[in-house]
Design a protein around this ligand. Structure first.
Ligand SMILES: [Zn+2]
Length: 304
């Protein structure tokens, strides 16, 4: 079976073919300027130009959607409201189409990468925002209104930081790539003498998540620990609902690599657990260049 997976972000569309459960290749193109119709046309042209006999298409999109995943109720990054994306795409390409929240697609892609374990996992996609996905006993949980697993907007601190969702102190305010880089950039701009190693290698305006790890300055370690503490707090909340055995970290911030994993493990160890005997979850880091969103969307298309 051949499926095409699309991962539609705020600025880029990544896509690739999955053949018998294996991702063959991926390509990235900018989100087309224009409207909803331009993106439908891009996907249709890509499917027609793929040169293979495609059986189904899966699309992950950063959006709140109806429980049956027929209608995208709201995508802030794309500016869409109440778009019947699945039916419009199916009509354009005349193939079965599955639409899924992008973080749910990433969670499912990580699940596929890990060989479909029977257990329970939570996935955080640490990027511009923080997305989440929850898999319970091998089943992806999407909820009654399509917003299950919005883990980036669990409240994990009391510092009063405003979140772009309209709330305060969400996980996204400490653990998104946007939050980390903005904090480091502000510190480096205010006190460049305190960030010699960072500023020798990178212009502050071009900082990326990996720079946070490369910088040895104490403030960067503090920010990483703060992000890790937020992640551990979110994990503690989720564990009281689904008792997960694995915490998967994906997205651009995972480019930090082992320092992130070690910081999260330390924060998990320091987080109170029920009865203090409840085991901490295994931490599984998805390399930032592995397109789990594409893999997950394509694999889910085989299951609808
Ligand atoms: Zn929020």
């Amino acid at each position: 079976m051949i499926t095409l997976g699309f991962d539609i972000g705020g600025t880029k569309v990544a896509y690739g073919a999955v053949v018998d459960g294996r991702l063959i290749d991926t390509t990235q193109v900018p989100v087309p300027t224009g409207d909803y119709g331009a993106l439908i046309a891009l996907i249709a042209e890509t499917v027609r130009g793929s040169g293979t006999s495609v059986d189904a298409v899966g699309v992950g999109v950063a959006a709140w959607m109806s429980a049956d995943r027929e209608v995208v109720h709201r995508s802030a990054s794309l500016g869409w409201d109440d778009m019947p994306l699945r039916a419009d795409l199916a009509r354009a390409i005349d193939l079965p189409v599955t639409v899924v929240n992008d973080a749910d697609a990433a969670a499912w892609g990580a699940h596929v990468l890990r060989g479909h374990p029977a257990g329970t996992s939570m996935t955080l996609t640490l990027g511009t925002d923080v997305g989440g996905g929850v898999i319970v006993n091998g089943l992806l949980i999407t909820g009654s209104h399509g917003i299950a697993g919005e883990l980036g907007h669990l409240i994990v601190s009391t510092k009063g930081r405003e979140c772009r969702c309209g709330g305060t102190d969400c996980l996204a305010t400490v653990a998104s790539g946007t939050a980390l880089i903005n904090h480091v950039r502000a510190l480096a701009a205010a006190r460049p003498g305190d960030f010699p190693a960072l500023l020798q290698s990178t212009d502050p305006s071009n900082l990326g998540p990996a720079d946070v790890a490369r910088a040895s300055e104490a403030e960067c370690a503090v920010l990483l620990a703060e992000a890790a503490t937020g992640i551990a707090a979110a994990s503690a909340i989720v564990s009281r609902v689904v008792d997960h055995d694995t915490l998967v970290l994906a997205g651009g911030v995972s480019a930090i690599g082992d320092p992130l994993r070690q910081a999260v493990l330390a924060a998990l160890q320091a987080t109170p657990r029920i009865g203090n005997v409840h085991p901490i979850p295994e931490v599984y880091l998805i390399p930032a260049n592995v397109p789990v969103g594409v893999l997950g969307a394509a694999d889910l298309a085989t299951r609808s």
